[in-house]
Design a protein around this ligand. Structure first.
Ligand SMILES: C[S@@+](CC[C@H](N)C(=O)[O-])C[C@H]1O[C@@H](n2cnc3c(N)ncnc32)[C@H](O)[C@@H]1O
Length: 323
């Protein structure tokens, strides 16, 4: 951990080096995205209510199971990855039930907005960590932005970026935020990790700098190698996240995981790159975890024209898979 920052709330806020490695413009984007989720929630809370209630219920069920399994006398520590605005997380109940609750996000301000409604006793158990839970976004995005400044043509940019993407280390580079947590929650986070590089290249580099439209992979395109590398990177980021969850959780603990596997915009299937690769991710969980119950699927009606399909799972680790 590198530094402490002032928080307007009486909670400790630590900034991890993985966050300091992120270009400030991308950190600001996370803040903007969370503010826009906040605005959507304020306007469409009646559409979102079912998703929020189901998410809270599932997180609470898996957290309760962790408390039942925790060895007596051991500290009960909860970790919430990608806590964001915390609407979908029963934060007050978790603070009541656990000895400590650690919230991790690139954007800790979003969590602070929600934490302001907690009691002093609940706040006393909360700490915030500003971190990039992938450990890779800082170096990768810095290279993407630098190479787009250095290369006048998109073809040269794509050629220069391809080896960077192909050689990016993914496993074991995530921030050191502690181990042996009693309960870990990863709620609608993993697809943001996996989708961001492609999104930044499409929006910030292709459209803003080289004036292209949105790119979808094509085998005979001049950037086919880059697109192939980005697709492999997205796979690895998802596998790396499952691996990270296993490293964070105690052998007797439980993990709540939920993410989006489909998106309908105006009734049509939309952008695949920000959706979970279900067939890839489930075997990765199965190799390291046992399921606590059957998976649940529901729709998150975020806005009238935007519906995500959410998959929610509860796990306990296979002890022999600890690394
Ligand atoms: C869709 S939100 C999760 C919903 C959230 N629980 C809520 O109620 O607002 C995803 C969260 O993950 C965070 N996030 C995305 N990528 C991240 C990363 N690499 N490291 C840490 N947090 C990240 C975002 O800032 C955002 O707060």
């Amino acid at each position: 951990m590198s530094g402490f920052e002032f928080s307007p709330l009486p909670v400790q806020r630590v900034i991890d080096p993985s966050l300091e490695a992120m270009p400030s413009e991308i950190r600001e984007k996370y803040v903007t995205w969370n503010s826009s989720l906040d605005a959507d929630f304020a306007e469409y809370w009646y559409l979102q209510a079912e998703h929020i209630a189901l998410s809270q219920q599932h997180i609470a069920m898996t957290a309760d199971e962790a408390l039942r399994r925790a060895p007596s006398g051991s500290p009960r520590r909860a970790l919430l990855l990608g806590a964001g605005n915390c609407y979908d997380t029963p934060i007050a109940a978790l603070a009541d039930a656990f000895d400590s609750v650690t919230l991790v996000d690139v954007d800790t301000q979003a969590s602070e907005r929600t934490l302001a409604s907690l009691t002093g006793r609940q706040l006393g158990k909360i700490s915030l960590i500003g971190a990039d839970v992938s450990g890779t976004m800082g170096p990768l995005l810095s290279d993407i932005y630098r190479l787009s400044k250095e290369h006048a043509s998109y073809a040269d940019f794509a050629a220069a970026l391809t080896p960077v993407v192909d050689e990016l280390p993914i496993f074991g580079v995530q921030p050191d935020i502690g181990r042996d947590y009693t309960f870990v929650s990863s709620q609608l986070l993993m697809t943001q990790l996996a989708g961001l590089p492609v999104q930044e290249i499409n929006v910030r580099v292709l459209q803003a700098k080289y004036g292209h439209g949105y790119r979808t992979p094509a085998p005979d395109a001049p950037d086919a190698a880059l697109m192939k590398g980005l697709s492999a990177l997205s796979h690895c980021l998802q596998v790396g996240h499952v691996d990270y969850l296993r490293r964070l959780i105690a052998d007797t603990g439980t993990v709540h995981f939920a993410d989006t596997s489909a998106l309908l915009v105006d009734g049509k299937d939309a952008a695949r790159h920000n959706l979970m690769e279900y067939d890839l991710v489930l075997p990765q969980f199965a190799a390291r975890f046992d399921m606590l119950r059957d998976l649940e699927i529901w729709d998150w009606r975020q806005r009238p024209d935007r519906i995500f399909r959410v998959i929610s799972l509860g796990f306990t680790p296979k002890p022999e898979t600890k690394s």
